[in-house]
Ligand binder design. Sequence first.
Ligand code: FE2
Length: 188
Amino acid sequence: MRVDELTAECVGALSESEPRLAVHTVLERAVTDRTFVESLGSPTPGLNVLHHAADLTVLNVVWPPLVSLFPHNHLMWAAIGIYGGREDNTFYRRQGRAIIASGGKELGEGDVLLLGDDAIHAVDNPVRAYTGAIHVYGGDFFATPRSQWDADTLKEAPYDIEAVREAFAAAERAVAANGAPRSTNARS
Ligand SMILES: [Fe+2]
């Protein structure tokens, strides 16, 4: 599978009766396919857009070593497939006006996770290596108004993509300060 085939199959999945499950199947194939991973090349850390439309967004997310991203929601279904490294998800649920942690899921290479429309999660890369993941969203990831929560106070605020980019940039500065990380499929 190549990148353009992945995005075409995700677009096709929207016509299925259960788009999320269809995307899950596509991602399971993609992230364990050496040809697909090699076709990604050596993407820059951060959010690399593979497909962006009103009904579907596909990102190649390259997490820097030890990056930690504050809780946030998407308000659309999502599917996450890991092709290199690890991605730890912490889930939250609303309780009154607050959110409380409600479990987690540690993802490794080859794993695929589905998230519902109302999911709230924080994401950590727990390893000193880049993590590579394909994130598929059932809507417009960039234009949909949603929420983020301060990592310390858990105070809700409007989602700010620039805060996300700053979290990645801070982790990259730490990489520059601490020396070269291990290589993974995400960056070799
Ligand atoms: Fe997310």
